[in-house]
Ligand binder design. Sequence first.
Ligand SMILES: Cc1cc2nc3c(=O)[nH]c(=O)nc-3n(C[C@H](O)[C@H](O)[C@H](O)COP(=O)(O)OP(=O)(O)OC[C@H]3O[C@@H](n4cnc5c(N)ncnc54)[C@H](O)[C@@H]3O)c2cc1C
Ligand SMILES: *[C@@H]1O[C@H](CO)[C@@H](O)[C@H](O)[C@H]1NC(C)=O
Ligand SMILES: *[C@@H]1O[C@H](CO)[C@@H](O)[C@H](O)[C@H]1NC(C)=O
Ligand SMILES: *[C@@H]1O[C@H](CO)[C@@H](O)[C@H](O)[C@H]1NC(C)=O
Ligand SMILES: *[C@@H]1O[C@H](CO)[C@@H](O)[C@H](O)[C@H]1NC(C)=O
Length: 522
Amino acid sequence: MKNLVQVVLSFLSSPLLPATNPVQNVEVVLPFKSIAVVGAGTAGLAALKTLLDLPEHIRKDWEIVLFEQRSNVGGLWLPDPHDAHPPDLPETPLYPLLHTNIPVPTMTPPGFPFPPNTALFPSHDRVEQYHQDYAQHFNLYPYIRLNHTVASSSWIGDSTAGHWDVVVRNHEQEELRKSFDHLIVANGHFHYPHVPHFNGQEDWLAGSPSTSQSREILHALWYRLPSRYVNQTVLVIGSGPSSQDLASQIAPFAKTTYHSVRGKFAPANGKVVTVPEVSHFTSDAVVFVDGSTVTDIDSVLLGTGYDIRIPFLEASGELSVLPNAHSNETYLQGLVTNMRYIFPLHEHIFSLSPSYPTSALAFIGQPVMGYNFPSDTVQGTLVAHVLANSSLLPPREDMLRQLAVREENMRLAGFDPYYVGHRMIYQDTFDYQDSLMEYLKQQGAIPQDGKKYVEKWRREAKNDQCMKRGWKRIEQLGIEEVWLQGVESEEDWVELMVRVNEWQHSWEAQNHLTYPIEPFFS
Ligand SMILES: Cc1cc2nc3c(=O)[nH]c(=O)nc-3n(C[C@H](O)[C@H](O)[C@H](O)COP(=O)(O)OP(=O)(O)OC[C@H]3O[C@@H](n4cnc5c(N)ncnc54)[C@H](O)[C@@H]3O)c2cc1C
Ligand SMILES: *[C@@H]1O[C@H](CO)[C@@H](O)[C@H](O)[C@H]1NC(C)=O
Ligand SMILES: *[C@@H]1O[C@H](CO)[C@@H](O)[C@H](O)[C@H]1NC(C)=O
Ligand SMILES: *[C@@H]1O[C@H](CO)[C@@H](O)[C@H](O)[C@H]1NC(C)=O
Ligand SMILES: *[C@@H]1O[C@H](CO)[C@@H](O)[C@H](O)[C@H]1NC(C)=O
C-alpha cells in the first residue's frame, strides 16, 4: 500500500491506456464517460468490440479499460500453466482432449469466421487462437490490461448518480484504485465448482481397500487426462454434455466407466455403463435411487456444474450470496445470486438494484448455451447503445414489472425461474438474440434493415448431432483436407456444414442406422 499514490499515477499515465484527454474549448462537449470491462473471454472481448463499434463521434471521449487477471485473452480457452489441486481452483476447466461440442461456424459472431483448414469440431487450441486473432483483428489489445485482477468494486453514490470505486491488483500484487461510471462484468460462469454432498461419502472415502490407491471424489473442473484413470473403476456423475464427454474419454482407459444421469437414460455409449442418479454412499458402495449398488468404484468425477459467484462484487457488498433465495422479495434490496441465478437483471444484462442507475452495471455472457459469441455480441451492442443513451432503457419500475411477468410466465409453463436461472431453456437463445437487436431498431438506435440478426443457417445447424457423427467419420477416414478445400468465407462454412450433414444422413440411411434426434444443447 505504501506506493499507492505512485502506482495510481503510473497507472493513469500508462501508455497502454488510450489517450483520454478531456475535451476543452470545443463547441459540442460530449459527456466524458469511463467504462471498465472485467474479463477477456468471449464475453469481455465482445463487449469491448461492440463499445468500439459505436460511431466515433459518440465514443471518442470515453475511457474504456478491460481488466483481465490472466496473461492473455481467451478466457476458459486459455490453458492453465499451473497444475492446481483441490482446494486450489484452476484458472480454467479446460482439458487437453477438449474439442468444441458444436460446429465452429455456429460459434462465431457474424463476419469473422475461423481461418481456413480449421476442423469443423476443432481442438480447444484453435478456439484459443481465434480469441487472440479476434482481439488483434479488431485492435482490442490497446484497451486490455492483462494480469490485472479486479479485487473489489463499490458504488459511491445513489440510484441516480455516482461512480464505481474499483480496486485492481496487478501481478506484482500492487493495488490500484480508480473510478468508473460504468462497469461491465464478463467474468464467466465456469470457475466455481458446484459440489453436492452425498450422505455417507465420508465413510466411503475412508473405506478404501488397503490394496488399492485411496478413493477419490473430484469435481470435473480439475479433470485433465483420462490416462490417470487407467485400470480404475470410475463413476462420472452429471447429465450435461461435458459429463458425457468425460465418460467417453475415460472409458478406453478405465476398467469400467459408469455414468450416472438424472431422468431419462442416454443410450449406452460404447464401454460406458449408464446408471441412475446417485442416492447416497456407504462405506463400500455407491447406492443409486432405484436401490441398485456398485461396490468396486475407485474414483468419482462430479460433472455437477458451477456456481455463479462474483467475488469482487461480493467483497464490496454489491452482490449478496443467498443460496436459498427463491423469489422476488429481495428485488428492492439489491443484487442477489442464489448460485444459479443473478437477480434482478433486465434481459439477463442490466442490474436493477436500486443502489445505482440502471445503466451502471451490466453483465455480458450470463445466458448459458453454446452460442456465446453471437449472443455476447448482441448483448454488447445493446449495452454500448445504452451507455451512449440511457433513455433507451425503460424506467426501472417497468423493467422490474417485465421481469416479474417473465418469471410468472415461466412458472405457468412449468419452469422455476430461480432454478433455471440464465439457462436458455424457457426462451430460445436465437429468439432472445433477435429480440434484443429488434428492440434497438424499434428505438431507432440502429437502422432498420428488414433483416433478422440470427441467420437462417444458424437456426438450422442447431438441429441434430448428425453433422458431428459425419465429421468424426471424415476424421476416421483421414479426409478432412478434401472437405476443407476452399472453405474460407462464412458462406463456404455454411455450405460445408450442409454437405457434411447430407453426406452423413444418406450414409446412415443406406446403412439403416438410426439415432435419436439430439440437439447440441437441449
Ligand atoms: C468444458 C467446456 C466446454 C465448452 N465447449 C464449448 C463449445 O464447444 N462451444 C461453445 O460455443 N461454448 C463452449 N463452452 C462454453 C464457454 O463457456 C463459452 O464458449 C465462452 O468461452 C465463455 O466465455 P466467457 O467470456 O463468458 O467466460 P470465460 O471464458 O470464463 O472468461 C472470463 C474471463 O474473465 C476473467 N476474470 C474473471 N474474474 C476476473 C476478475 N476479478 N478480474 C479480472 N479478470 C477476471 C477470467 O480470467 C476469464 O479470462 C464450453 C464451456 C466449458 C466449461
Ligand atoms: C503477465 O504475467 C506473466 C507471468 O505470470 C508474464 O509472463 C507476462 O509477461 C505478463 N504480461 C503482461 C502484459 O504483463
Ligand atoms: C492395467 O491392467 C492391465 C491388465 O491387467 C495390465 O497389463 C497393466 O499393466 C495395468 N496398467 C497399469 C498402469 O496398472
Ligand atoms: C413479485 O412478483 C409478483 C408477481 O409474481 C408481483 O406482483 C410483485 O410486484 C413482484 N415484486 C417485486 C418487488 O417486483
Ligand atoms: C435516446 O433514446 C430515446 C429512446 O429511444 C430516444 O427517444 C432519444 O431520441 C435518444 N436520444 C438520442 C440523442 O439519440
